[in-house]
Each structure stands twice: as structure tokens, then as C-alpha cells.
Design a protein around this ligand. Structure first.
Ligand SMILES: Cc1cn([C@H]2C[C@H](O)[C@@H](COP(=O)(O)OP(=O)(O)O[C@H]3O[C@@H](C)C(=O)[C@@H](O)[C@H]3O)O2)c(=O)[nH]c1=O
Length: 182
């Protein structure tokens, strides 16, 4: 199986590690293979958009979700390192309000499957980070919402001493208790 899948404590939120072939030239790996992804996850999703963002150290993007057209995301880092976080905001979920975080780096090649219905964000740990992700639905700015990264009710353990650089939108994000969820 070309992907090793590690479940998190939140059902459906998965960490995937592709098989990496290293040799004297460097490395090669299949960063996405639909058939292997389906087999490894038991899912049958179609990705419709690929995104690439670059951010400086301390930039925190999130926690984002779309009210309608919720996006499943397959996320990874190709340059630098980030701490990536997903929060279960599926209203009927037994793990509603819980979060999980994983460090994604250019060297560990880890990917996270963030299912639709989660809020997602990350903070950049390295000088710069290039963050790539596939989404199962299209960007819909009218449905986009942001939850506050530091909502104490969620209680994410961000890297110590973090003073994040946020977009204006993320600075005015609401806590989960005040967020529109449907
Ligand atoms: C996300 C996105 C943004 N944009 C545009 C809108 C805006 O002018 C510019 C920057 O957008 P944002 O500030 O929303 O970008 P950003 O803060 O990077 O938003 C992203 O954050 C991470 C954590 C996610 O999980 C993503 O789903 C997405 O919400 O890019 C698109 O055209 N398509 C897209 O899919």
C-alpha cells in the first residue's frame, strides 16, 4: 500500500504518509494517486481544485470552513514546516469541538485528510512555507467562515510563544460558540 494511514483520535481525520523512494539523486514519490488514496482511506471523493499558498514564519491562516459547499482537503507542505490543525465542527459528531494537530514538513512528506465539515488552519514554523492542498469542492467566498484560532473552548495547543500574523478576516473571527454552523 503506497500510503501509510494513521488515524487520529477524531474519526475520519487521517494522516497519510506516501511511500518515498530515495536514491543518490534525491527522492521520488507519488504525491497523489486517486486509486491508492481511495484504497487507503476507504473514501471515494473527487478533488476539483488544487491550491498553493506561501507564508512567512508566524503566519497563521485559519480556522477556515465553508458553510455550504464544505470542502474536504488533502493538505501537505513542500517547503518549510507548519503546525497543521483541524477542528471537528460537524454538529452531530461525538467529537464536535475537538481538534487534532500535526507537524507537516518538506522532509516528513506527511499529508492530512481533513474531511468536509472541519475547520482547518495552520501556522508556519519555518522561515517560509509552501503549502499545497487539494479540495473536494470549489472555493465559495460567500460561504467562507473563520473561527478564532485562540478560542479557549477549543483549546488548541499552538507552539509556545506564538504571536501569529493574521489576515484582517482571521483577526475578526468568532469563537466556535458564536459561529454559524448551518
Ligand atoms: C482559498 C482561496 C482564496 N482565493 C483568493 C481570495 C483572496 O483574495 C486570496 C487569499 O484568500 P484567503 O485569505 O482566504 O486565503 P487563506 O487564508 O490561505 O485561506 C485558506 O486557508 C486555509 C487554512 C484553508 O483551509 C483554505 O481552505 C483556505 O481557507 O485568495 C481564491 O481565489 N481561491 C481560493 O480557493
Amino acid at each position: 500500500m503506497p500510503y501509510t494511514v494513521t488515524p487520529t483520535h477524531i474519526p475520519d481525520l487521517l494522516i497519510l504518509e506516501p511511500k518515498v523512494f530515495g536514491d543518490a539523486r534525491g527522492f521520488f514519490f507519488e504525491s497523489f494517486n486517486q486509486q491508492d488514496f481511495n484504497q487507503a482511506t476507504g473514501l471515494n471523493v473527487q478533488f476539483v481544485q488544487d491550491n498553493h499558498s506561501r507564508s512567512a514564519q508566524g503566519v497563521l491562516r485559519g480556522l477556515h470552513y465553508q458553510l455550504q459547499q464544505p470542502q474536504g482537503k488533502l493538505v501537505r507542505v513542500v517547503r518549510g514546516a507548519v503546525f497543521d490543525v483541524a477542528v471537528d465542527i460537524r454538529q452531530n459528531s461525538p467529537t464536535f469541538g475537538q481538534w487534532a494537530g500535526v507537524e507537516l514538513t518538506e522532509d516528513n512528506h506527511k499529508q492530512v485528510w481533513v474531511p468536509p465539515g472541519f475547520a482547518h488552519g495552520f501556522v508556519v514554523l519555518s522561515d517560509t512555507a509552501d503549502f499545497l492542498y487539494k479540495t473536494t469542492d470549489y472555493y465559495a467566498p460567500q460561504h467562507e467562515r473563520s473561527i478564532a484560532w485562540n478560542d479557549p473552548a477549543i483549546g488548541i495547543t499552538w507552539p509556545p510563544g506564538l504571536q501569529p500574523k493574521l489576515s484582517a478576516k482571521d483577526q475578526s473571527a468568532k469563537p466556535l460558540a458564536e459561529a454559524e454552523l448551518s
